[in-house]
Design a protein around this ligand. Structure first.
Ligand SMILES: Nc1nc2c(ncn2[C@@H]2O[C@H](COP(=O)(O)OP(=O)(O)OP(=O)(O)O)[C@@H](O)[C@H]2O)c(=O)[nH]1
Ligand SMILES: [Mg+2]
Length: 391
C-alpha cells in the first residue's frame, strides 16, 4: 500500500519524517516504495528545519500562518491552528498534488499531536479539504494522544485533544489512536526521547505497507495483505500493535523439519507474537469492541504454514468474536515470527470518552473563571466611576 503522508505541527512533522525514513528503508532493503510523498506543515519555522528526511524545499516543508505567527507556532491555541491552516489551505493542497507518484497513491495519512495547537487544529481542516477533492482516496489520520503528565498539568491539553478528535472523526475514514504514554518504557528512559518513541510508533506499519507491494515471488505469501484488505479493515477508531517471537538460530534436529512437534512450536511462537501485539496496542482497548480486525504474520517462508495462520485466526476470534477478521502471511522476516495487528471500528474507546467528558467540564470551568474575572474587573471600574478621565 502506498501512502501520501502529511504531518502537521511538531509532532506530526516529526512522525511524517519517520515515515519518510520507513520508505527509505523499504527502498533500500526491499526495493519497494510505500510512501509516494511526505510533507510537513507547520507554523513554526524552526521545527520544519529540524526535520531530517523530508525534502528541504518549501513545497515539502510548508510554512503556514507566516504573517499571523511570525514563524513561531500558535502557542497551543488550536482554534488559531485551524484558522491559519484554512487560510493557507490552497498552498498545502497544491503541494500535495505535486507528489512525484501521486497517481499511484492508495490513501492519505495525516498525522498530528492532538494536544498541540497547529497540528491539532489543522489536521481536521486538511482532512476535510482532501475529502472534498479526492473522493476516491481514503483518508486516514494518526492522532497522537498526550502523555499523562501533560494532561495533569495543562487544561488546554485535554481540551485540544477532545476538540481535535471530535472534529477529525467525521472528516476521515479511520483514526489511528496512538497513546504517547504507552510508549514510555520502564527499562529505558524514553520519556524525553521522542525519537525512539516515534520509531516505535511507525515501525508496525513497515510490513503492513510492504506486503502488498512485493513483486518477487518468494516474498509473496499464500494470502497477501494488499491495499484493498487494509482499506476494508480500516473504519472509525482504530489501534495498531506489533509483536514478535525470535526463532532459534538453527535447529539441532533437522528431522523435526516437518513433524508435528515443530509445527506446534511454531504455532506457539505465533501466539506469543500475537499476545505481544495485543498487549502493545497503540491505545489500551478491549479487542471485543472491534468490528474489524486484520493480522499479518511475517516469518521465513519455511516457518510459515497454514495451520499457524489458522490457529492465530481462531485465537483472535476467541477474544474478538464479533469482528470481521482479515489476515495474510508475508514470507519476509529472517530470524523471527512477527504479527502486525489492527483492531478497527472500535465501538467503545474509554480514553476518547474520557477526553470528551473532561473537556466539557473544562469548558464550564473556564467560562465560570472568565465570568469571575470580568466581575472583578467590573468592580474596579465601578470604584472609579466618580473620577474624571484624562482621555
Ligand atoms: N510521539 C511524539 N509526540 C510528540 C512529539 N512532539 C510533540 N509531541 C506531543 O504532541 C503534543 C504537542 O503537540 P505539538 O506537535 O508539539 O504542537 P504543534 O502542533 O506544533 O502546535 P504549536 O506548537 O502550539 O503551534 C504533546 O502531547 C506532545 O507530547 C514527537 O516528536 N513525538
Ligand atoms: Mg509547535
Amino acid at each position: 500500500m502506498k501512502l501520501v503522508v502529511v504531518g502537521l505541527g511538531q509532532c506530526g512533522g516529526r512522525l511524517a519524517d519517520e515515515f519518510a525514513r520507513l520508505n527509505k528503508r523499504a527502498r533500500g532493503q526491499r526495493g519497494i516504495e510505500i510512501v509516494t510523498g511526505s510533507f510537513a506543515v507547520n507554523t513554526d519555522a524552526a521545527d520544519l528545519s529540524g526535520l531530517r528526511t523530508i525534502s528541504g524545499d518549501y513545497q515539502h516543508r510548508i510554512l503556514i500562518g507566516g504573517r499571523r505567527t511570525s514563524g513561531h507556532g500558535v502557542g497551543k491555541i488550536n482554534e488559531l491552528g485551524a484558522e491559519v491552516t484554512k487560510e493557507d489551505s490552497d498552498k498545502i493542497v497544491d503541494a500535495i498534488r505535486t507528489a512525484q507518484r501521486f497517481y499511484e497513491t492508495d490513501a492519505f495519512l495525516l498525522i498530528a499531536g492532538a494536544a498541540g495547537g497547529t497540528g491539532s487544529g489543522g489536521v481536521p481542516i486538511i482532512a476535510q479539504m482532501l475529502r472534498e477533492r479526492y473522493l476516491d482516496k481514503p483518508i486516514y489520520a494518526l492522532a497522537v494522544l498526550p502523555f499523562t503528565h501533560e494532561e495533569e498539568t495543562e487544561e488546554r491539553t485535554v481540551y485540544n485533544t477532545a476538540t481535535c478528535l471530535k472534529s477529525l472523526y467525521p472528516a476521515v475514514d479511520a483514526v489511528f489512536l496512538i497513546d504517547n504514554q504507552r510508549y514510555v518504557r520502564k527499562d529505558f528512559s524514553l520519556r524525553n526521547n521522542l525519537d525512539k518513541i516515534n520509531a516505535l510508533i511507525v515501525d508496525p506499519f513497515y510490513n503492513l505497507l510492504c506486503a502488498g507491494e512485493e513483486t518477487r515471488r518468494k516474498h509473496i505469501g499464500a494470502r497477501t495483505v494488499d491495499a484493498g484488505d487494509i482499506i476494508q479493515s480500516l473504519v472509525g477508531w482504530t489501534v495498531i500493535g506489533y509483536g514478535k517471537a525470535p526463532l532459534p538460530a538453527f535447529t539441532w534436529f533437522p528431522f523435526l523439519a516437518r513433524n508435528f512437534l515443530r509445527k506446534s512450536t511454531e504455532t506457539h511462537r505465533g501466539i506469543r507474537a500475537m499476545d505481544e501485539a495485543l498487549s502493545e496496542l497503540s491505545l489500551k482497548c478491549n479487542p471485543a469492541d472491534s468490528g474489524r480486525a486484520l493480522y499479518l504474520v511475517s516469518a521465513p517462508a519455511k516457518e510459515m504454514n497454514m495451520d499457524l495462520i489458522k490457529e492465530l485466526g481462531d485465537y483472535l476470534r476467541g477474544i474478538s468474536p464479533e469482528s470481521v477478521i482479515r489476515n495474510g502471511d508475508y514470507p519476509r522476516e529472517r530470524s523471527l515470527i512477527d504479527v502486525t495487528l489492527i483492531l478497527s471500528e472500535l465501538s467503545a474507546v474509554d480514553k476518547v470518552k474520557g477526553y470528551y467528558n473532561k473537556a466539557s467540564g473544562v469548558i464550564h470551568e473556564l467560562k465560570g473563571r472568565r465570568e469571575e474575572f470580568e466581575g472583578k474587573l467590573k468592580e474596579i471600574e465601578d470604584a472609579s466611576k466618580d473620577l474624571p478621565s484624562l482621555l
